[in-house]
Design a protein around this ligand. Structure first.
Ligand SMILES: [Zn+2]
Length: 332
């Protein structure tokens, strides 16, 4: 797939996106391998050996012929998207998720969706991962079904006694349900898809006419985004898109869905204090004041961060937690 001169926005379909800069695939792979090695610090595993193994496996699974992606921002819906919209194959994800624990057992959005589920419902979880949400939903609804691109992941979910199927291709290919779903969930799936519209096509094909579609993506108000900091996992090849509320609404509308609600995960005040403190030079200097004992440094740094937070001169008053959650219904 070649990069286009003026790529259309995958959310709203309009042209005129501005190039933000390029992302080197080898550099990204090195950053992911470095993270994998850091995960092993303090364990008996050979961190350096693991990093080079991870690096080689990622490069082999996704050689990325162009070697780089160019990021663009749509002037209409503010979606940031990669060009080309080229996702790595399942083997690449298998390597990455084996090296990095990226499937959390709990997410804020799980609770938001679970509250809307009842005994008559059939739930389809697209991108069920290791089945954390599916396990929670199964206790509340008549039937809970997971689909995922990873055959190993689906096998693990099935071993837990849950129903799961392997999805192939971009979306619903190979998956047929014996009954339509009343709720379809996709937690942190959309940002990985080479064609985001495929998620909405899948939901239309596999849902009832009254289906509720829940889509969680990384929040546009996460502290690192508010501060303009880069996050290698929130960039290609891992994430091909970075969403905004406007982009979520625009994509839904083009596919015949109405955005009914959109909520940002709250940021607990203690974490907000930490986010303020760790970006402040004075707090960093306190932490590095080497002649002082470590507990004293940490205590003073916490106090300083709390003071900064209470003073309110920081960009964190708009900050959210990790996710934002959209709920859609079909237009009649
Ligand atoms: Zn757009």
């Amino acid at each position: 797939m070649n990069a286009a001169a003026d790529p259309a926005c995958p959310a709203c379909g309009q042209l005129g996106a501005a190039a933000l800069g390029s992302v080197s695939v080898p550099t990204q792979h090195a950053a992911y391998a470095q993270r994998a090695a850091q995960e092993r610090v303090g364990t008996r595993a050979d961190a350096a050996g693991l990093a080079s193994d991870t690096l080689a496996a990622l490069a082999q699974a996704h050689p990325a012929p162009l070697g780089r992606y160019t990021m663009h921002r749509c002037p209409h819906c503010a979606l940031e998207f990669a060009d080309p919209m080229l996702a790595p194959p399942p083997a690449w994800y298998g390597t990455l998720y084996e090296a990095l624990p990226l499937y959390p057992a709990e997410r804020w959005e799980y609770g938001q969706v679970l509250r809307a589920l009842g005994p008559p419902d059939t739930v389809l979880d697209h991108g069920c991962g290791s089945g954390h949400f599916l396990g929670l939903a199964a206790g509340r609804v008549r039937r809970a079904i997971g689909i995922d691109f990873s055959p190993a992941g689906v096998a693990a979910v099935q071993q837990r006694g849950l129903e799961a199927h392997v999805a192939t291709g971009g979306a619903a290919e190979g998956v047929a349900l014996s009954e339509p779903a009343s709720h379809i969930t996709a937690f942190h799936v959309l940002e990985h898809l080479p064609r985001p519209a495929a998620l909405f096509e899948l939901a239309r094909a596999l849902g009832t006419p009254a289906v509720q579609l829940w889509v969680a993506v990384p929040s546009d108000r996460r502290p690192d985004r508010l501060c303009g900091e880069s996050d290698d996992l929130d960039a290609p090849p891992h994430h091909l898109t970075r969403w905004t509320p406007r982009a979520l609404q625009a994509l839904g509308e083009r596919q015949g869905w109405q955005l009914r609600s959109l909520h940002h995960e709250p940021l607990p005040w203690r974490q907000c204090v930490w986010e303020v403190g760790r970006r402040n030079r004075a707090v960093a200097a306190l932490l590095a004041a080497s002649p002082w004992p470590r507990p004293l440094r940490r205590g003073l740094a916490r106090l300083a961060a709390l003071g900064l937070w209470a003073w309110g001169r920081h960009p964190m008053d708009q900050a959210s937690g990790f996710s934002m959650l959209a709920r859609y219904t079909l237009n009649r």
